[in-house]
Design a protein around this ligand. Structure first.
Ligand SMILES: NC(=O)c1ccc[n+]([C@@H]2O[C@H](COP(=O)([O-])OP(=O)(O)OC[C@H]3O[C@@H](n4cnc5c(N)ncnc54)[C@H](OP(=O)(O)O)[C@@H]3O)[C@@H](O)[C@H]2O)c1
Length: 238
């Protein structure tokens, strides 16, 4: 079902889960463009991935950079929007400017990316948006991320209708062990994650490879559209 090679453009592909998807895509014979805000970083990561990877630069809060990136990237089979500029915020000590930056990049920035990518997207292709379980299950400091992730699900529903026949799916990871965000969490969050792991059925949380496998299920299968796939090892039940 994979019909490789395809061209995957991964915004937020220079690090973390986006980079893991890029690595796995190259390994199975796809071409990838890994995209972040800094040319040097994107080029270093693309070079490590090998000859089937290219670097791209744009900032999800800068519409001109999105337009010029998508105008230069060529035909796209699958667009993956995995980027996140994290904001740790609470209502009690709310910092609106920090919240605005994260909401802007993850909501308006994701929508603007699809807008500029649309003329270049294959009708047989797809868009995959990253949300996160914090939209249902708040964590300490997740005020901004919780609302941004919920917005991604709403955007996914709207896009699935608006840009058909291009398929649009959302992936909602739980707490993913082995990512910098989780492994380098502050003590309060680390304690919350450990408590969640203990209470999750099977007492385990997902790992990057599980998110990658789920992402390919959504990207590859023409029968999956307008889905929100939760990959949290059952954490939403507790
Ligand atoms: N890690 C988890 O446990 C977890 C849990 C639930 C949901 N998620 C979701 O999964 C996705 C990936 O998470 P992650 O932890 O793997 O992220 P990460 O390691 O922090 O990587 C974030 C990526 O986003 C890019 N980025 C940040 N701001 C950007 C901007 N304004 N414009 C363009 N690119 C930007 C970064 O690139 P540069 O720095 O090179 O610009 C980097 O490639 C996110 O959407 C997150 O919400 C993650």
């Amino acid at each position: 079902m994979t019909q490789s090679p395809r061209h995957l453009v991964i915004v937020g592909g220079t690090k973390g889960l986006g980079l893991e998807i890029a690595r796995a895509a190259v390994a199975r014979g796809d071409r990838v463009t890994v995209v972040g805000r800094t040319r040097e970083v994107a080029e270093v990561e693309a070079k490590k991935l090998g000859e089937n990877a290219l670097a791209g630069v744009c900032d999800l809060t800068d519409w001109a950079s999105l337009e010029s990136f998508f105008d230069s990237v060529g035909p796209i089979d699958h667009l993956v929007l995995a980027a996140l500029d994290r904001d740790q915020n609470t209502i009690k000590d709310f910092r609106p400017d920090d919240a605005a930056r994260t909401s802007l990049m993850k909501n308006v920035g994701y929508a603007a990316s699809v807008h500029y990518a649309l003329p270049h997207l294959s009708p047989e292709g797809s868009v995959l948006l990253f949300s996160g379980l914090s939209m249902w299950r708040p964590m300490p400091g997740s005020t901004t991320i919780s609302m941004a992730n919920a917005g991604v699900v709403g955007l996914g529903n709207s896009l699935a209708v608006e840009i058909a026949p291009v398929r649009v799916n959302v992936i909602t990871p739980g707490v993913v062990m082995g990512t910098e965000a989780v492994d380098e969490a502050d003590p309060v969050r680390a304690e919350t994650y450990e408590r969640l792991r203990q209470r999750t059925p099977g007492k385990r949380l997902p790992e990057p490879a599980h998110i990658v496998a789920a992402a390919f299920a959504l990207i590859d299968n023409p029968g999956i559209n307008a889905a929100n796939l939760v990959v949290d090892a059952g954490m939403h039940l507790i």
